[in-house]
Design a binder for this molecule. Sequence first.
Ligand SMILES: CC(C)(COP(=O)(O)OP(=O)(O)OC[C@H]1O[C@@H](n2cnc3c(N)ncnc32)[C@H](O)[C@@H]1OP(=O)(O)O)[C@@H](O)C(=O)NCCC(=O)NCCS
Length: 158
Amino acid sequence: MRYEMLRRLDDPLPAANDTPATGRTPRESDLEGLAALMLDAYRGTIDDEGGTLDLARAEVANVGRGDYGAYMPEASDVAVVGDEIVAATIVTRWRDEPLIAFSMTAATWKRRGLARASLVRALHRLRDLGESRVRLVVTAGNEPAERLYVSLGWERVG
Ligand SMILES: CC(C)(COP(=O)(O)OP(=O)(O)OC[C@H]1O[C@@H](n2cnc3c(N)ncnc32)[C@H](O)[C@@H]1OP(=O)(O)O)[C@@H](O)C(=O)NCCC(=O)NCCS
């Protein structure tokens, strides 16, 4: 079961926590790095659908094509260490409101504050773009994600 969560952007936003990575908005040349990240981040999780790198590439391409709503690179974020994308927040516009389509961290980098910092950067970008709220959808029982989102001010709706 998946459910929807909502965060208002006029509520105070947390400051970005320090991490070993550098955040920036994604570039077209990040597609391969994002596919590798997606495959690695979801492997063994409750949302793992037994993917391959080719399927992850296709999924990243689907984001760019608008399958999750219009892709918003200006609000999205990649966290980079050296040449490697180690975490990312992918934002789209779904039914006229921003949606966190993906939040993901590479397996060996999990639990070091990278998803939190990346999401916080995306929240600040969305607010600076004049957005007033941001939604996401999470699988019930995806405890890392559920805890992360609640800790950043998302509330369950619907
Ligand atoms: C969910 C996910 C993005 C979290 O990434 P992360 O970089 O490890 O998260 P952070 O280190 O920023 O954690 C921030 C907070 O989230 C919660 N959290 C993260 N991982 C957790 C875990 N394994 N168990 C419990 N809480 C967890 C905690 O509240 C944590 O704060 P704390 O470390 O101070 O206790 C990562 O586990 C992931 O990539 N999962 C697979 C993809 C996925 O399911 N994405 C979400 C649905 S789209």
